[in-house]
Design a protein around this ligand. Sequence first.
Ligand code: ADP
Ligand code: TRP
Length: 321
Amino acid sequence: MRILSGIQPSGRLHVGNFFGMMQPSIRLQEEGEAFYFIADYHSLTTVQDPDALKENVSNVAVDFLACGLDPNKAVFFKQSDVPEVTELSWLLSTVTPMGFLNRCHSYKDKTERGLEATHGLFAYPVLMAADILIYDSNVVPIGDDQKQHLEVTRDIATKFNNLYGDVFVIPEPKIRGDKARVPGLDGQKMSKSYGNILELFGEEKATRKKIMSITTDSTPVEDPKDPSNSIIVDLFSLVASDQQLEEMKDDFLKGGVGYGDFKKRLFEAFWEYFEPMRARRKELCEDPQYIENILKEGAARAREAASATLKRARHSCGITS
Ligand code: ADP
Ligand code: TRP
C-alpha cells in the first residue's frame, strides 16, 4: 500500500495540522510505504517572500521529524525536488474541465479573503492531483478541508484513464473520524488564515497567554457549565488522558470551577503532551545537515517513483512513443 500526503510550508505548524494531518500520517507510516512531502510549489500561491519560504520549509521539516515522522520508514522530501510533478500537472490540466476547478471552495475562500486571483491559485487542485497520482498513491491522509481536492483528483484520474487507458491508481482519502476539525482559540476552525492558532512549538509564555485568551461565555464561576459546547474541552480531549477529561467534564457540570482554571489545566496537558517532541526538536535543530540529507535521500527515492509514472503518462497520450 502506498500512502502519500503533503503539507504546505506556509507558516508555523499548529495543533490543527498536527491532529488533522501529521499524527494520522505518522501512524500510517507503520502500515505501508509512506511518501510525505513539503508542498513548496503550492506555497508559492500564498508565500511570495523567498526568505520566509526557506525558513518555513526548514521549520516544517524539523517539526514533522520531531513529531515522529521516521525517515527509515517514510520517504520524506520537498515537492520541488521532484520537478516531474509540474509536467504531470500540465498533462492533467489538458483533461481537466473548468467545472472541476470552479466548484472548489478553497479558491473561493482564498480570493474572498483578499488573495489575488492568480492562475496558480485556481489550478492548485491540478498540481495536488499530480502530487498524488505521480506516486501511484492508494491512501491519502488529510484533514477534512482537503476532502474536495481528493474528489477532484479522483475525477481527473478517472477522466485521464478513460481517455488514455489505465494509467493512474485511483486514491482514497483517509480522514480522521473523530475530531476531524480542530477548533481554533475563537471556536472557528483552527487555521493560520484566521489568526486563531495554537502553535505546536511556540514559546511557553506565549502559549500560556494564548490558551488563557480562549473565548468563553460569561457563566459565573459557581454555576454549572456545558462541556459539550466548549473549545477548552474540545482541545483538552486531544491532549489529556481519559481520566483527566472525565474530571474536567464533571467539574464543568458541577459548577464551582471557573474557566480560568480549566484553561490552566489545558495549558498543563498541552505542554506535557508535546514535551517529548519539543525535546526531539531541540536536538534536530542542532544538526541541520542531518535534515538536509534526509530530504535529499527522500527526493532521490521519490524521483525514481515519479519518473516511472510520468513516463507512463507521456507514453499514453502520445508525447513519447
Ligand atoms: P491552515 O488552515 O492553517 O492554512 P493548511 O491548509 O496548511 O492549514 O493545512 C495543512 C493540513 O492540516 C491539511 O491536511 C489540513 O486538512 C490539516 N488541518 C489544518 N487545519 C486543521 C484543523 N483545524 N483541523 C484539522 N485538520 C486541519
Ligand atoms: N493542499 C494541501 C494542504 O493545503 C497540501 C497538499 C499539496 C497535499 N499536495 C498534496 C496534501 C497532496 C495531500 C496530498 O494542506
